[in-house]
Design a protein around this ligand. Structure first.
Ligand SMILES: NC(=O)c1ccc[n+]([C@@H]2O[C@H](COP(=O)([O-])OP(=O)(O)OC[C@H]3O[C@@H](n4cnc5c(N)ncnc54)[C@H](OP(=O)(O)O)[C@@H]3O)[C@@H](O)[C@H]2O)c1
Length: 337
């Protein structure tokens, strides 16, 4: 069994990478050596780990033979190029990008759901993490899925601007400032103004929205290892910085009385469910900067439907992404790598 591990966080200057570094420190991950890697533009800058500043290394010059594990938090096209190089150097990779998620040879892992797939892994393997909204959806429906089975899920996801990274946060900030100062808005990363607006994901290219929403179904089916349920998904771009909100209608195979549903979540440490008479959680007040999943307004679907509706919020960066890869690393360090 390994006691500690040498690890690289690739994309350590980005939103997900910074959260991974923070979680490694706060969860006291047993590191023998930590390398913080990003693009050549970040060379000369530092990232804090456990209160100490550490220099950023250029990905193009990084030797992956120095580390046992790399957590990749970079755009898909960068992962496509460097993940194979890292693996060829014998380094195990956990990847947050969309590049390998649906590759049948790559396990797609949410530790609370299918960590058993990690039992048969070897050094140099690749593990993918799902889209943040997909992780949130699966964690929310899983107790019901386990208890009585699911026929169909309808989900409307309101994505925060940070789901596209730092650039999204900057664009909303700049647009909000411009609007309040009666200046012209600049839209670069979103195809329509996002400040004080709600926009359908990528309507300029109609197929893209559908593809992203289909990706949610494919990832969910892959993780649950089940193709017998239907998932109808809409994704909206909300003017929120951090935290994804989802409205869920879950048609169940067996009976799912609301009082029993509360009980199904009781032993799930990752979720907090508020009773229907309590104020529903929101992305900003409950989820942002937190590691939990917050559910509210659990109610019976109208007859003749059998099932429950609910509302779910979670931090896309921490709960949706970074926590999963750190939990996977914790499993690997305990003996499977
Ligand atoms: N944001 C989310 O909610 C979320 C959730 C789940 C998964 N993901 C995925 O996680 C990944 C990172 O997302 P993010 O939100 O953290 O993005 P981000 O804030 O834009 O950060 C991107 C990171 O990638 C690095 N990078 C970009 N191009 C590079 C290159 N050519 N060579 C080396 N490093 C490069 C950047 O380094 P520099 O600072 O040097 O440019 C930065 O550290 C993406 O694949 C994303 O799809 C994001």
């Amino acid at each position: 069994m390994n006691d500690s591990m040498s690890l690289a966080v690739v994309g350590a200057t980005g939103l997900v990478g910074a959260a991974v570094v923070d979680l490694l420190a706060t969860r006291q991950f047993p590191l023998s050596k930590l390398f913080l890697v990003a693009s050549s533009e970040s060379v000369g800058s530092t990232v804090q780990y456990g209160g100490k500043h550490q220099r950023v290394i250029d990905l193009a010059k990084f030797d992956f033979a120095q580390v046992q594990l790399a957590i990749f938090c970079v755009p898909a096209q960068v992962a496509a190029h460097y993940v194979p190089l890292a693996r060829r150097a014998g380094c195990t990779v956990i990847d947050h990008s969309s590049e390998f998620r649906l590759d049948p040879s790559v396990p797609l892992i949410i530790p609370e759901i299918n960590a058993d797939l990690l039992e048969t892994q070897t050094p140099g393997m690749l593990i993918a993490c799902p889209e943040a909204a997909c992780t949130q959806l699966i964690l929310a429906i899983y107790p019901i899925y386990q208890a009585v089975g699911i026929k169909r899920v309808d989900v409307t996801t309101c994505l925060p601007v940070s789901h596209i990274g730092r650039a999204g946060v900057e664009e909303l900030s700049n647009q909000a400032i411009s609007l309040l100062n009666l200046k012209e808005l600049k839209t670069t990363y979103f195809h329509q103004p996002v400040a004080f607006n709600l926009i359908l994901q990528s309507p300029q290219s109609p197929n893209r929205a559908a593809l992203s929403e289909d990706g949610m179904l494919e990832q969910t089916q892959k993780i649950l290892h089940d193709t017998t349920f239907t998932l109808v998904s809409w994704q909206l771009q909300a003017p929120v910085f951090f935290g994804t909100s989802q409205v869920l209608s879950i048609e169940t195979r067996g009976k799912s009385p609301v009082n029993e549903v509360y009980g199904w979540y009781q032993d799930k440490a990752y979720s907090e469910v508020s009773r229907s008479d309590e104020l529903s959680p929101s992305a900003v007040t409950h989820a942002a900067q937190q590691d939990g999943l917050y559910l509210g307004r659990v109610h019976a679907l109208p007859l003749p439907l059998q099932g429950v509706g609910m509302w779910s919020v979670a931090d896309n960066i921490r709960r949706g992404a970074a926590l999963g890869s750190v939990q996977i690393a914790e499993i690997l360090v305990k003996g499977h790598l």
